[in-house]
Design a protein around this ligand. Structure first.
Ligand code: HEC
Ligand code: HEC
Length: 414
């Protein structure tokens, strides 16, 4: 969509509250344009498109989810390129007292940025490459020693609407089924405390920390782009009280005059809801065509090796199925996949079963696999599986080479 047309639509949107009607095709087109558009720092000549930062780590959703897919996870001379997120946190869910919950690599003019994300890759004797983040060029002094770090890449967004449509009851049924601990697999649904004290089942993010697409998108607007919204109304984003220049910087929509609280947000609900509707509309990835016998053999090995226990080929949804190869549960994956940032109720080595649908795209784009993009191939990703996945990992290693190749070919086609 042309920029000028988009701006006109945006201006119209800021003047109308969130859509009362169900969102239609035009809304999705607007949502897509908003997903791709780079936001700009305040003040901008056009109302409704500014407010980026003051701290940010990308200018658009599409920077970390290019063409709605997984981020490329590239390193340049030991520094993370855009598409990574470096989370900072303590077991109670709070962030660093100075840096907050994100280590932002960019800032609007006049505000010091927090630094750069250094990444050390260390080859191991078995051929794997271990990966560790270390913040560099720190703009606000040292991090608190109690602050943990988690390096993550932007995942593929295709089929997340289908994952949103899986009823909680279906996730809890799989959790009950796994409670017997067959082969050591014992997944746990993520229960996320809500503002009103209730618990919701988390399903989005590498640790299933967000129950809804709206919650996940609103957090990205706030922490990654520095844009306030109804979930996070503070216009200064992730700037902590000690980052004073950042707290006092100009913010977007500062000249809103309607007195309407939603109108004063940098991302009003009309914008947020359309972006969310766009993400929810992205279809499930189509697997590559394999010769029939090959696909059948691969699927059988996928089950007999134990991969399908966690990477469930299908979960039921209200009107069909999510063929995403995940159980949406957290699994203890062993110390090799641990980082230093536990989240409330979730250990540093627990991860949501990564949906394998879309893997063929990730391999074609050479993005790197696993939460921090460390694995170069499917075999390498499997080699990192430990903990509850140790049995499946051992079985995979014990397969005759021909079967191992057939299983890898199958997984690579998803
Ligand atoms: C700086 C990079 C970055 C930006 C910008 C970004 N994301 Fe993400 N996105 C991520 C990362 C990293 C995750 C995984 C988060 C986690 O592990 O909790 C993620 C997860 C998601 C998910 C959940 C996917 C899943 O598999 O569970 C959705 C949906 C999403 N992002 C939407 C958005 C939208 C919408 C925007 C723009 C408002 C956006 N993202 C901006 C990096 C980014
Ligand atoms: C106990 C549950 C469990 C079992 C069993 C399991 N996995 Fe996984 N798998 C996971 C989790 C959790 C992740 C995400 C780990 C991370 O990113 O740190 C993952 C990640 C992956 C990835 C990387 C996906 C991505 O998006 O980067 C691949 C490939 C994979 N698994 C394949 C397999 C195969 C093949 C098998 C069988 C040999 C298998 N897994 C068995 C839980 C499991």
């Amino acid at each position: 969509m042309r920029v000028r047309l988009l701006l006109a639509l945006l201006a119209a949107l800021s003047a109308t509250p969130a859509a009362a009607e169900p969102l239609d095709k035009l809304d999705l087109a607007i949502g897509k344009a908003l997903f791709k558009r780079p936001w700009v720092p305040a003040p901008a000549s056009t109302r409704g498109d500014d407010g980026l930062g003051p701290l940010f780590d990308a200018r658009s959703c599409a920077t970390c989810h290019p063409a709605d897919r997984r981020a490329p996870a590239r390193l340049e001379n030991g520094t993370a390129e855009r598409g990574f997120v470096l989370m900072i946190g303590r077991p109670d869910g709070s962030g660093d007292p100075v840096y907050g919950r994100r280590f932002q690599i960019d800032a609007v003019p006049g505000i010091p940025s927090e630094g750069m994300i250094g990444v050390t890759d260390t080859p191991l004797p078995d051929g794997r490459i271990a990966r560790k983040p270390h913040p560099e060029a720190l703009g606000y002094g040292p991090l608190d020693p109690a602050s943990g770090l988690s390096l993550r890449v932007g995942p593929d967004l295709k089929g997340r609407g289908a994952l949103a449509a899986v009823p909680d009851a279906a996730i809890l049924a799989v959790e009950r089924e796994q409670a017997k601990g067959k082969d050591g697999v014992k997944g746990m649904a993520r229960r996320v405390a809500q503002a009103d004290g209730s618990k919701a089942i988390g399903r989005f993010g590498w640790k299933a920390s967000q129950p809804t697409l709206a919650g996940q998108s609103a957090e990205a607007f706030f922490l990654d782009l520095g844009l306030s919204n109804r979930f996070h109304p503070e216009p200064w984003g992730d700037c902590t009280p000690t980052q004073t220049a950042c707290r006092q910087a100009l913010h977007g929509n500062a000249n809103a005059t309607s007195g309407d609280a939603d109108d004063e947000l940098e991302i009003g609900s009309a914008v947020l809801d359309r972006v969310v509707a766009y993400v929810a509309s992205l279809p499930q990835p189509e697997p590559e065509d394999l010769p029939r016998a090959e696909a059948k053999r691969g699927a059988a090995l996928f089950t007999s090796t134990g991969c399908a226990q966690c990477h469930r080929p299908s979960l039921p949804t209200a009107d069909g199925e999510a063929r995403m190869y995940t159980d949406l549960l957290l699994h203890e994956m062993g110390p090799d996949l641990s980082d230093t940032m536990p989240e409330p109720g979730v250990g540093a080595s627990q991860w949501r079963t990564a949906p394998l649908a879309g893997l063929s795209d990730a391999l074609a784009a050479n993005t790197g696999l696993l939460h921090d993009g460390r694995a170069r191939t499917v075999e390498e990703a499997i080699a990192w599986h430990g903990g509850e996945a140790a049995t499946a990992q051992r079985r995979f290693g014990a397969l005759p080479p021909k079967d191992r190749a057939a299983l890898v070919r199958y997984v690579s086609s998803l």
